[in-house]
Design a protein around this ligand. Structure first.
Ligand code: FES
Length: 144
């Protein structure tokens, strides 16, 4: 599948989950669960962390769910605002293609952002709390 048009940008609705994970839902309060349906197909949701940059959850056309640090490895663009296609997302700033399964830029570009383990069971998405509290906590994490 071809990359989307450079400069494309999509604002996504947000949703929720978690007693201890502060799922972001725009300005709405935190909820306790994140049904997979709350991640738009070919879209994303952001997860706020108290100690570090946000994590972005992505859902592709096949219904697979991925989690990456919401920062492009190029210059920190918000991957959650990018265009999801196949198992990739196009960064909204300079259109690098980032693999959703590994967080790495596709050639000829180079660099990776942090990938987080994600699990979907019985239609509910969950992340590893230990990873959320330990990976890529620095404010400039994910930026090459
Ligand atoms: S910041 Fe993502 S491509 Fe430049």
């Amino acid at each position: 599948m071809a990359s989307p048009t450079r400069g494309s940008n999509t604002t996504r609705p947000a949703s929720t989950r978690a007693s201890s994970i502060p799922w972001e839902r725009c300005d709405e309060p935190v909820e306790n669960h994140l049904p997979v349906e709350d991640i738009p197909v070919l879209g994303s949701r952001r997860v706020a962390r108290t100690n570090g940059p946000e994590v972005a959850l992505f859902r592709n056309a096949e219904g697979e769910v991925f989690a990456l640090l919401d920062r492009c490895p190029h210059k920190g663009g918000p991957l959650s605002q990018g265009i999801v296609f196949g198992r990739s997302v196009a960064c909204p700033l300079h259109n690098w293609t980032i693999g959703l399964d590994d967080g790495c830029a596709r050639a000829p570009d180079e660099g990776c952002t942090t990938r987080f383990a994600v699990k979907v069971e019985a239609g509910v998405v969950s992340l590893d709390v230990d990873e959320l509290n330990s990976l890529a906590l620095h404010p400039t994490a994910g930026v090459a």
